[in-house]
Design a protein. Structure first.
Length: 312
């Protein structure tokens, strides 16, 4: 049955019946708005939108994976502030011929990704649209910690990375060339593996700046450099090319470092720390902060695009 057959409110009933709620949800879907506890008295809020044909394709990814990816893009922004995610609000604009089963699987994916970090889908909106669009707003709790912004990096700080980069970009290239393997890369594009605990962990360690790597490591660290008024220099040898990526790059005629340094959608976390910080497992050093401006690799500008720009 299509969404036109079940109707707006029937579809809402089907979706909300599949949701579960964590302890921070005081009032879930069914009223004019949800009520979510904010123990810290401050709320971290962020929003992101995924548009079919630009951010995902239904012939490349199943509904469950698209739901997880939509949730991850927002949850990663919350933890990049050093906060713990609490809730998601989802607005879905969908063509009327889309099957209700597809929407239910999307809802399951959103709920699965949120539940993995103790958050819940607490409401949203639905509308008919010729273009399938998913807009997600995420909320988070700082737990008494100061937010970690992009503006605190200082010369001498260590630059570190939690999570992986380049895998999703490589998977996108593989899929765009009509292939479905290597599976490791394709699955990384379909469903990112976000190092969620690393965000609050970095805040507790005294991280001076942090960012979610969504558009490419060079581009996103460029935001940190600009906000902090510093330069960032990365060490190329800090990035290991995995065998599957090396083989795919050779077969497709791509420099794998273009994926590793400028590829987005893996949602790794990049942070700067005071120079004497002992990094915990899961974080690895990749460079240093210096006086100046911009981002370099081994002291030189990177040749090629630094990351994704929606309008270029």
């Amino acid at each position: 049955m299509s969404v036109a057959g079940v109707g707006e409110f029937g579809l809402i009933d089907r979706v909300t019946a599949r949701l579960t709620y964590g302890s921070t949800v005081l009032l879930g879907p069914g009223d004019d708005a949800a009520v979510v506890a904010a123990p810290d008295a401050r709320v971290v809020a962020t929003t992101d939108v995924l548009v079919e044909g630009r951010h995902f394709r239904r012939d490349w990814s199943g509904a469950h994976d698209i739901g997880r990816r939509a949730a991850a893009a927002n949850l990663a922004d919350v933890v990049a502030m050093g906060a713990d995610p609490t809730a998601l609000l989802v607005a879905l604009c969908v063509p009327t011929d889309v099957a209700t089963d597809w929407v239910e699987e999307l809802a399951d994916g959103l709920g699965t990704e949120a539940a993995g970090v103790g958050a819940s889908v607490v409401g949203g909106d639905m509308s008919a649209s010729p273009t399938l669009t998913i807009a997600v707003t995420a909320l988070g709790d700082l737990g008494g910690r100061a937010p970690v912004t992009r503006a605190g990096a200082r010369p001498g700080d260590l630059v570190a990375l939690a999570g992986r980069t380049g895998y999703a970009a490589a998977g996108f290239t593989v899929l765009s060339r009509g292939f479905r393997t290597p599976r490791l890369l394709v699955e990384a594009y379909r469903r990112p593996e976000v190092p969620y605990p690393a965000g609050p962990q970095a805040a507790g360690l005294g991280a001076t700046a942090m960012i979610d790597v969504s558009d490419g490591l060079l581009a996103d660290l460029g935001h940190v450099a600009k906000a902090s008024g510093v330069a960032v220099d990365l060490t190329r040898d800090a990035f290991e090319v995995p065998p599957q990526m090396r083989d795919a790059a050779q077969a497709l005629g791509v420099d794998p470092y273009a994926w590793l340094l400028a590829g987005g959608d893996d949602h790794a976390l990049a942070a700067t720390f005071p120079p004497a910080t002992e990094l915990p497992p899961g974080w690895r050093p990749i460079g240093r902060v210096a006086a100046g401006s911009g981002v370099t690799v081994d002291g030189r500008p990177f040749e090629g695009p630094a990351g994704w720009d929606h309008f270029r």
